[in-house]
Structures are given as C-alpha cells and as structure tokens.
Design a protein around this ligand. Structure first.
Ligand code: SAH
Length: 605
C-alpha cells in the first residue's frame, strides 16, 4: 500500500449505496469539495436533503454496469455483497480506484484512520489487516493531540512564509524552523503552543540563538538532549520525599523528566512522575514483596555503568537521599569513578510524617532541638551506638527514630533507664503522608504495646517529645473530607484532580494511554477507586485493572451515566454523580458516598 493524499476538489466521485455508511463517505468527500453522485434505490433523509440543496446528485435506482465510468473514485457501501462485488469488478476493469466498505478484499485503496487538527491531518493505515488496531491508535491520537495543534499548524504555515520572505539561505532557514519547533512543541507530552509574533520575529532574526530564548523555552529545548543522551553522563541523586507524590521537589521532578534512566527504590516508587516519557529506562532496585533488595554494590555499579553510557540518570531515593538513605555512599562511588553528579535534597519522612500526624517537631519553648536517629543500630552490638542516655536527659527535645518498629521496645527501655519521664508523649507513624498512613499516640512507656495492638509495620518512625502532645489540636489531615482516599483520575481532568487533592485525597493522575511509570505508581500503594468522565476513561482503566493494587472494595465514581453504564457492564461497582456537578459538588458527593459506606460498616478508612 502506498499512501497518498488526494486532491478531490472539483473531481467527480461515485458512492453506491444510500445508508449511514454511504452518508459518512459522502460527507467526507463533500467537505473536501468533491462533486458526488449517489446511486441507490433508496437513500437516508440527510442524503435526500443534500441532493435537494444541490450539494450532491442522487440517482434513485440500482447500480448498472458502466456506472463507474468517468469517476475519479468509486465507493460501494451497500448491504448486498453481490452489488458491492459488481461495483468493484466494474470499476477495476475500467482502471478506476474503488473502495468497498468493510471488505478489504474488494478495495484497490483503503481509507486510513484520520486525526485532524485544522489543516493538519494524520492518516493511519494497516492495509486492511488490523482495522481494530487502526481504530484504537486513532482514538489514542485523538486524545493525545489537543485542539491547539490546529492553531499551531496555522502558525507554522504563517511562520514558514515569513522565513521564506526573509531572504535567508537554506541552512539558516532550517535553523529558524528548528527554533520554532523546539520552542513550541513539548515532545514528551505531545502538546504545542502558538508563539507570539514577537517570538517569531526573534527566531527569524536570530543567528546564534540560545541566549535569546526565555527560560521556559530553554527548558523545553533541553528535552532534546535527553533523547539523544549527554556525552559524559550525569547522575542526580534525588530525594523523592516521604511518599505523597506532591512532596517531590520541583527540581527532582524536572530532573526525572529530563532523564534517560531512572533508578528508584521501592519507597520512592509512589513519587515517580506518571507522565514520565515511556522511553525512559526504569530500574527498580528496592525490596518488594518476596524479593531481596539489589545489593548496594550492584546499585553503585549500575549508576556508574548508565552514566558511562552517556545517560542522564535520576537516582530516586525515599525521603532525603542523605538521611539514612546511603546516598553518601553512592555519591562517593560516583566521585571516585569520575562521574559528575548532583544532589537534589528531598523532604525527609521524619519531619513530614510527623507533620501529617499532627506533630510539629519544634515548638517555641517546648522543643528546641530535633534529633533524627536510626533506631536500628540499637539492635546491633557492633558499630557506633546511639547515646540514648543523653537524649533521655533532655526534656526540651524531639527524638525522631527511623527504622524504629522492631527496635522500639529496646529504645524505650534505654530512654526510661536513662531518666526520661515515662509519661512523655510519644507516637509512631506508619507510611506517613500517604493515603495509607496510620498512627498511634501514647506515652513513652505505653507506646510499644500500642504499636503492637495497632499492628503498625515498617516503614514507620517514632516521635518522642513534648510536642507530640499537640496532636489532638493539630491533626489537620484526618479532618479533610477525602483524607485517606487514594483515587485514580485521568490526567486530563486537571480541575477535578486539584479539587480532590485539596479535599485531602491522594490523587494519581493517570495519563491516557497509561505509561510504564504510571503503572509503577499504580502498584505502589493500594487505591480505593477511580473517578472517570466517560466511557473511554472506563475502557482505559479496565485494561489496567490488574496493574493496580486495590483495597477490597473498589469504586468507580462516574461523572456521566454513559460511564456508569459502561463501568457496571464491565463489572465495576459504579456510583453515578449528578450531571453538570461542579468540582466542589463532586468532592462532596464522593465524601458522602464514603460516609454511607463507613456507616454501613463495609469499609473503614
Ligand atoms: N531517606 C529516607 C529514610 C530512609 S530509611 C528519608 O529521608 O525519609 C527508611 C526508614 O525511613 C523507614 O524504615 C522508616 O522509618 C522511615 N520512613 C520512610 N518513609 C516513611 C514514611 N512515609 N512514614 C514513616 N516512616 C518513613
């Protein structure tokens, strides 16, 4: 099959058949200016009306041998195979291009799937071998390519004219086109923007360029090198934050979006940007159920190898890379191997998980020192030991213990023996800042039992000190209407995402089509359900059903009845939200459906 785009303006085309399929062919042809004749004993109303308006000619009779003569293109769309075949043979014998709807054997040309944005057209074909694949690809591009591409294309055409009119030589013209493209197209997200006239004339006027680009555009242009790689390789040691994706730093996110490879720990998986380019290599080096973690030595060699291959590597670690994260060791190896690197600090869990549990780690007059300690060492007899006895003597301090679940009883014993008040407020926070956060608050001496009773498990940390006494008043997290709820929402629904997040939900914006990074994020923490807008959203999420870690009861909150019908049909438990609801109403509706659940005792968040 050889692809062409035909100029049919003013050309005579024949459509045999008068039903819905024929109508669509006729409309497509008329839009492009073709002179269309329809032959059919009977035609649907819109065709009749078009013929009355003089937009087409209709011959109300059956197809006769020789009818094809003189037409540039012939289409058959009748429900009678015999007639379709007759049209095909008649046209073919006269050397006329012919297409029979839904019958690739009877086609001398195929109609491609078409995505159209103004004058820009993308045609997709499979030589009739997998129409379903063409259809889905077309839908995918329909969703991915925003309407701005039409305007962008008009701007591109205008820009080309201006460049041609500038009298530049060929190489310099190409340079101007490059500037237009790299400054207006985001290659990863497949979005485009229309530049201002000033920008356009700047680009046309500039020879040596980069210093003229505004910083936003520079960021976009830099993405070019992430595709081709960077000669020397580079490693960013990035702190992913404590678990809530929004607590990743702006720089950390930016580094990952520009990386060629991301090497991540299990605790950091939830912070991977779901919109990460699918071409980025993803290396998981963390422990996950049943698997041992990759030994540190292998992680070090992996980082060095990737960098030596010229890649930009984003090494993503939970919390802050230098706080009990062995980031220092990795940095030393990179330094010794001559690999350039940087550190992008992160929000450490000791401070953030405490805040999420309602504990400020310092407070005027109450706590004037914060200590971040690894409690794990308390269980070992070799190596450096923590001076628990010194902490025990300091009542105006907060002690935050990482890796502290197993060690807690022995830590508490040492603190009490060292003279700490056994009634000092103390807390343990599990999976802080995530939708799965759980915490218990007790006194120092009763904390180990409270932790056992609640069944708290790692990753968790303890906080001991007078400021823990503020939790009652400062427990801001639990009071938000959607707190503890993890929701999958199509990434394009940005306003809904913002509203649900503001209401305390942990929202995972799922790009459609779903990226490999999004799949990892989906599997990182259990979700309660999805918020969908239409049938297509349901279909996308359906395909990911097994990727996601779900809680026992999964809900699909649907913004349209079409989506609800589809969801139920596919076996989801679906709630239909009121039509035309504002974002705030949607949030309130979800919150009330959760209350119904909880009062029914079906699920406790
Ligand atoms: N570099 C990380 C800490 C890595 S050590 C940071 O700065 O946060 C791993 C320990 O961190 C866990 O055993 C747990 O004690 C603590 N931790 C990490 N994430 C946590 C979270 N979301 N909630 C509570 N504790 C967490």
């Amino acid at each position: 099959m050889y692809p062409v785009m035909l100029e049919v303006d003013g050309r005579a085309c024949l459509v045999v058949g008068g039903g819905g399929v024929a109508l669509r062919k006729v409309q497509g042809l008329v839009e492009e200016g073709a002179r269309v004749t329809v032959v059919a004993p009977d035609v649907v109303v819109p065709l009749r009306e078009m013929s009355q308006r003089g937009a087409i000619e209709v011959k109300n009779r059956a197809y006769e041998l020789g009818d094809a003569e003189g037409y540039a293109l012939v289409f058959a769309a009748t429900d009678q195979e015999r007639v379709n075949r007759q049209v095909f043979e008649d046209a073919t014998s006269r050397g006329i291009w012919v297409n029979v709807a839904d019958d690739p054997k009877l086609c001398s040309f195929q109609l491609p799937g078409r995505v159209r944005r103004g004058p820009l057209q993308i045609a997709i074909g499979s030589a009739g071998r997998a129409p379903f694949a063409v259809r889905r690809l077309r839908q995918l591009l329909e969703r991915r390519l925003g309407t701005e591409w039409g305007e962008w294309f008009e701007a591109a055409a205008r820009y080309r004219k201006a460049v041609l009119g500038s009298g530049k030589e060929r190489p310099s013209r190409e340079r101007s086109y490059d500037l237009f493209f790299s400054n207006t197209v985001d290659r990863n997200k497949l979005t485009a923007r229309v530049p201002s006239r000033t920008e356009e004339s700047d680009w046309i006027g500039s020879e040596a360029v980069d210093h003229r680009m505004p910083s936003r555009d520079l960021a976009m242009a830099r993405q070019d090198d992430c595709v081709t790689g960077h000669d020397r390789g580079f490693v960013s040691l990035i702190g992913a934050g404590p678990g809530c994706a929004g607590l990743l730093t702006v720089r950390g996110r930016e580094r990952m979006l520009r990386a060629n490879a991301v090497v991540y720990d299990r605790l950091a998986a939830a912070a991977l940007p779901p919109d990460l380019d699918p071409r980025v290599e993803l290396h998981c080096v963390g422990k996950n159920a049943g698997n041992h973690p990759v030994p540190q030595g292998e992680i070090n060699s992996l980082l060095v190898r990737l960098a030596r291959e010229g890649m930009r590597v984003a090494r993503l670690k939970g919390g802050d890379p230098y706080v009990f994260g062995r980031g220092g060791e990795e940095a030393e190896v990179l330094q010794a191997e001559g690999v350039p690197f940087e550190v992008v600090p992160g929000v450490t869990s000791g401070i953030a998980a405490a805040a999420w549990a309602g504990i400020p780690v310092t407070h005027r007059r109450e706590a004037v020192r914060v200590t971040l300690v690894t409690a794990h060492e308390a269980l070992k007899s070799d190596g450096p030991q923590v001076r628990w006895d010194l902490h025990a003597q300091d009542p105006h301090a907060t002690l935050v213990g990482y890796m502290g679940v197993t060690a807690l009883p022995s830590v508490v014993k040492k603190l009490v023996e060292g003279g700490m008040d056994p009634s000092m407020p103390a807390a343990m926070v599990e999976q802080g800042t995530t939708s799965a956060q759980r915490s218990v608050v007790a006194t120092l001496e009763s904390l180990p039992q409270a932790v056992t009773d609640a069944g708290l498990r790692p990753p968790a940390l303890f906080v001991i000190g007078p400021t823990v006494g503020h939790v009652e008043k400062l427990d801001w997290v639990r009071h938000r209407p959607l707190s503890g709820l993890r929701l999958l929402v199509p990434a394009a629904a940005s306003q809904l995402i913002a509203a649900a997040e503001e209401a305390g939900a942990d929202v995972l914006p799922v790009p459609m089509p779903v990226t490999p990074a999004a799949r990892i994020v989906m599997a990182a923490l259990p979700a309660h359900g999805c918020l969908v807008r239409d049938r297509a959203d349901v279909d996308w999420l359906d395909e990911e059903r097994d990727t996601v870690q779900w809680y026992d009861k999964v809900m699909m909150w649907c913004l349209t009845s079409e989506a609800a019908v589809r969801a139920r049909g596919n076996g989801w438990e679906a709630v239909e939200l009121p039509a035309e609801a504002s974002c705030e109403e949607v949030v309130a509706w979800i919150a009330s459906s959760l209350e119904d659940e909880a009062s029914g005792g079906a699920e406790q968040r």
